[in-house]
Design a protein around this ligand. Structure first.
Ligand SMILES: C[S@@+](CC[C@H](N)C(=O)[O-])C[C@H]1O[C@@H](n2cnc3c(N)ncnc32)[C@H](O)[C@@H]1O
Length: 211
């Protein structure tokens, strides 16, 4: 964890007016999913929901469904005329996410797609207000390029796990995902097509806006 546990606990205890659903989905993910730690926690879900509200987003692409927490956060944020497309390649996750979210009325705004995210993105013709990248780390550079072409001008891309437990700051750490993410973060920092910043929320979130 890159933020001190006591700070994380404090932040968790001071999320204002988060829907009960975020805590419920987090808990169900711990019980029902094999890798329960992969679910967005309540502060992150609240942050994603607020970004969608602040952007006035109507169309969101969520790359990496898992148990559906980020998809639900965006579904709440886009309002009743909005829609969220969420992509998941693991059929078991795809089935469980729909079951976990089935009782929330906002789930009607979510389209759950089962299949490889990159393949879907490369054939998509639509434009999105927000794209959230939270799937296979080795594929991040490819999601980024495909995602940029699906993002409207002024649109927001959010990328999770960019600090990879803090390993990106240590150039001697040659672990595969650390190396990929270190190069990836540098590429974004140098990219004149976007303005960007890394936030130390959870495992590191990049926010970037397409010019
Ligand atoms: C970290 S979890 C997503 C967490 C979720 N976005 C949230 O906020 O709670 C990553 C998910 O991406 C899925 N995934 C990995 N590679 C994928 C791919 N190539 N296409 C689609 N989904 C993929 C995994 O099966 C896993 O369910």
């Amino acid at each position: 964890m890159i933020v001190h546990p006591s700070i994380m606990e404090y932040i968790e205890n001071h999320v204002g007016q988060a829907p009960e659903a975020f805590q419920q989905v987090w808990k169900k993910s711990q019980w029902e999913m094999v890798y329960g730690h992969m679910v967005s926690d309540v502060p992150q879900a609240q942050f994603l929901r607020m970004l969608a509200q602040l952007m006035g987003a109507r169309k969101v692409l969520d790359v990496g469904t898992f148990s559906g927490q980020s998809a639900l956060a965006f579904a709440l944020g886009v309002g009743e005329n909005g829609k969220v497309i969420t992509l998941e390649k693991n059929e078991e996750h795809w089935v469980k996410a729909q079951r976990i979210l089935k009782d929330y009325p906002e789930t009607q705004r979510i389209h759950f797609h089962c299949g490889d995210a990159l393949a879907w993105m490369e054939q998509c013709q639509d434009l999105f207000d927000i794209i959230f990248i939270d799937a296979e780390k080795q594929q991040y550079p490819a999601y980024y390029e495909a995602g940029l072409s699906l993002l409207r001008s002024g649109g927001l891309m959010i990328i999770d796990n960019v600090l990879w437990y803090g390993t990106v700051t240590d150039p001697t750490n040659q672990q595969k995902d650390a190396v990929i993410l270190r190069q990836f973060n540098q590429k974004i920092a140098n990219d004149a097509r976007v303005t960007s910043v890394i936030l130390p929320l959870r495992d590191g979130l990049t926010l970037l806006q397409k010019k």
